[in-house]
Design a binder for this molecule. Structure first.
Ligand code: ZN
Length: 155
Protein backbone atom coordinates (compact mmCIF):
# COMPACT_ATOMS: atom_id res chain seq x y z
CA UNK A 1 0.00 0.00 0.00
CA UNK A 2 1.03 3.56 -0.49
CA UNK A 3 -0.07 7.04 0.47
CA UNK A 4 -1.12 9.03 -2.57
CA UNK A 5 -1.03 12.80 -2.96
CA UNK A 6 -4.40 14.44 -2.24
CA UNK A 7 -5.29 16.98 -4.94
CA UNK A 8 -6.50 20.35 -3.71
CA UNK A 9 -9.24 22.68 -4.88
CA UNK A 10 -8.08 24.53 -7.99
CA UNK A 11 -6.73 21.32 -9.51
CA UNK A 12 -8.78 20.73 -12.69
CA UNK A 13 -8.97 16.99 -12.03
CA UNK A 14 -11.47 17.65 -9.20
CA UNK A 15 -13.95 19.18 -11.67
CA UNK A 16 -14.03 16.35 -14.19
CA UNK A 17 -16.50 13.52 -14.64
CA UNK A 18 -15.22 10.07 -13.78
CA UNK A 19 -15.46 7.02 -16.03
CA UNK A 20 -17.20 3.85 -14.97
CA UNK A 21 -14.90 1.05 -13.86
CA UNK A 22 -14.92 -1.73 -16.47
CA UNK A 23 -12.33 -4.13 -15.11
CA UNK A 24 -11.96 -5.39 -11.55
CA UNK A 25 -8.24 -6.01 -11.69
CA UNK A 26 -5.09 -5.73 -9.57
CA UNK A 27 -4.62 -2.10 -10.56
CA UNK A 28 -8.08 -1.27 -9.18
CA UNK A 29 -7.48 -3.22 -5.95
CA UNK A 30 -4.19 -1.34 -5.49
CA UNK A 31 -6.06 1.95 -5.96
CA UNK A 32 -8.68 0.94 -3.36
CA UNK A 33 -5.97 -0.09 -0.86
CA UNK A 34 -4.03 3.14 -1.41
CA UNK A 35 -7.17 5.27 -1.12
CA UNK A 36 -8.12 3.69 2.23
CA UNK A 37 -4.60 4.20 3.56
CA UNK A 38 -4.49 7.81 2.31
CA UNK A 39 -7.92 8.55 3.85
CA UNK A 40 -6.93 7.10 7.23
CA UNK A 41 -3.60 8.89 7.30
CA UNK A 42 -5.38 12.20 6.62
CA UNK A 43 -8.08 11.44 9.27
CA UNK A 44 -10.82 11.68 6.66
CA UNK A 45 -14.14 9.81 6.61
CA UNK A 46 -14.16 9.44 2.84
CA UNK A 47 -12.04 9.79 -0.27
CA UNK A 48 -12.94 9.70 -3.96
CA UNK A 49 -10.61 8.66 -6.79
CA UNK A 50 -10.38 12.12 -8.44
CA UNK A 51 -8.94 13.39 -5.14
CA UNK A 52 -5.88 11.27 -5.88
CA UNK A 53 -5.93 12.21 -9.58
CA UNK A 54 -7.74 9.14 -10.93
CA UNK A 55 -10.87 9.73 -13.03
CA UNK A 56 -12.65 6.51 -12.17
CA UNK A 57 -15.95 6.00 -10.33
CA UNK A 58 -14.34 4.73 -7.15
CA UNK A 59 -14.63 5.96 -3.55
CA UNK A 60 -13.94 4.74 -0.03
CA UNK A 61 -15.84 5.70 3.12
CA UNK A 62 -15.02 4.96 6.76
CA UNK A 63 -16.91 6.71 9.55
CA UNK A 64 -15.16 4.55 12.13
CA UNK A 65 -17.08 1.36 11.40
CA UNK A 66 -14.71 -0.09 8.79
CA UNK A 67 -13.90 0.75 5.18
CA UNK A 68 -16.72 0.62 2.63
CA UNK A 69 -15.44 0.35 -0.94
CA UNK A 70 -17.69 1.84 -3.62
CA UNK A 71 -17.18 1.01 -7.30
CA UNK A 72 -19.55 2.69 -9.80
CA UNK A 73 -21.78 3.87 -6.91
CA UNK A 74 -25.26 5.29 -7.40
CA UNK A 75 -27.74 6.73 -4.92
CA UNK A 76 -30.92 4.76 -5.55
CA UNK A 77 -33.15 6.34 -2.90
CA UNK A 78 -33.07 9.07 -0.31
CA UNK A 79 -35.25 10.32 2.53
CA UNK A 80 -35.43 13.39 4.70
CA UNK A 81 -32.99 16.25 4.99
CA UNK A 82 -30.39 17.34 7.51
CA UNK A 83 -28.05 20.31 7.70
CA UNK A 84 -24.66 19.78 9.32
CA UNK A 85 -21.07 20.96 9.09
CA UNK A 86 -18.93 19.34 6.43
CA UNK A 87 -15.35 19.52 5.25
CA UNK A 88 -13.21 17.92 2.52
CA UNK A 89 -9.60 16.70 2.36
CA UNK A 90 -9.28 18.59 -0.96
CA UNK A 91 -10.43 21.88 0.60
CA UNK A 92 -8.34 22.02 3.78
CA UNK A 93 -9.32 24.40 6.56
CA UNK A 94 -12.78 25.13 5.14
CA UNK A 95 -15.98 24.03 6.88
CA UNK A 96 -19.53 24.75 5.86
CA UNK A 97 -23.13 23.83 6.57
CA UNK A 98 -24.51 21.61 3.81
CA UNK A 99 -27.95 20.06 3.43
CA UNK A 100 -27.96 16.32 2.75
CA UNK A 101 -30.59 13.60 2.85
CA UNK A 102 -31.07 12.05 6.31
CA UNK A 103 -30.95 8.55 4.85
CA UNK A 104 -29.70 7.21 1.52
CA UNK A 105 -29.45 3.85 -0.16
CA UNK A 106 -26.41 3.34 -2.38
CA UNK A 107 -25.89 0.63 -4.94
CA UNK A 108 -22.26 -0.14 -5.81
CA UNK A 109 -20.02 -2.95 -6.92
CA UNK A 110 -17.62 -4.43 -4.42
CA UNK A 111 -14.19 -5.74 -5.36
CA UNK A 112 -15.83 -9.18 -5.33
CA UNK A 113 -17.69 -8.10 -8.48
CA UNK A 114 -21.04 -8.34 -6.68
CA UNK A 115 -23.61 -5.59 -6.41
CA UNK A 116 -24.05 -4.34 -2.83
CA UNK A 117 -26.72 -2.09 -1.31
CA UNK A 118 -25.61 0.15 1.54
CA UNK A 119 -28.03 2.08 3.71
CA UNK A 120 -26.64 5.08 5.56
CA UNK A 121 -28.11 7.64 7.93
CA UNK A 122 -26.67 10.83 9.37
CA UNK A 123 -22.89 11.03 8.95
CA UNK A 124 -22.77 7.92 6.75
CA UNK A 125 -25.46 9.31 4.40
CA UNK A 126 -23.52 12.59 4.29
CA UNK A 127 -20.27 10.80 3.47
CA UNK A 128 -21.88 8.72 0.70
CA UNK A 129 -23.40 11.83 -0.92
CA UNK A 130 -20.21 13.86 -0.59
CA UNK A 131 -17.99 11.15 -2.14
CA UNK A 132 -20.42 10.28 -4.94
CA UNK A 133 -20.63 13.97 -5.90
CA UNK A 134 -16.84 14.04 -6.30
CA UNK A 135 -17.27 11.50 -9.12
CA UNK A 136 -19.15 14.09 -11.18
CA UNK A 137 -16.79 16.95 -10.41
CA UNK A 138 -18.80 18.54 -7.60
CA UNK A 139 -17.39 19.88 -4.33
CA UNK A 140 -19.27 20.52 -1.07
CA UNK A 141 -18.45 24.23 -1.25
CA UNK A 142 -20.73 24.44 -4.33
CA UNK A 143 -23.77 23.79 -2.17
CA UNK A 144 -22.64 25.36 1.10
CA UNK A 145 -25.50 27.11 2.90
CA UNK A 146 -23.13 28.98 5.20
CA UNK A 147 -19.39 28.83 5.76
CA UNK A 148 -18.16 28.34 9.30
CA UNK A 149 -15.70 31.03 10.42
CA UNK A 150 -12.46 30.02 12.21
CA UNK A 151 -13.64 31.86 15.38
CA UNK A 152 -16.79 29.74 15.41
CA UNK A 153 -14.67 26.60 15.04
CA UNK A 154 -12.71 27.38 18.20
CA UNK A 155 -15.82 27.54 20.41
ZN1 ZN B 1 -14.37 15.68 -0.44
Amino acid sequence: MAIREIRKEGDAVLRKHCRKVEALDEKLFQLLDDMAETMHQANGVGLAAPQVGILKQVAVVDIGEGVIELINPEIISQRGAAVDVEGCLSVPGVWAHVERPQTVKVRALGRDGQEHIYKGSGLLARAFCHEIEHLSGQLFIDKAIRFVSPEEEEK
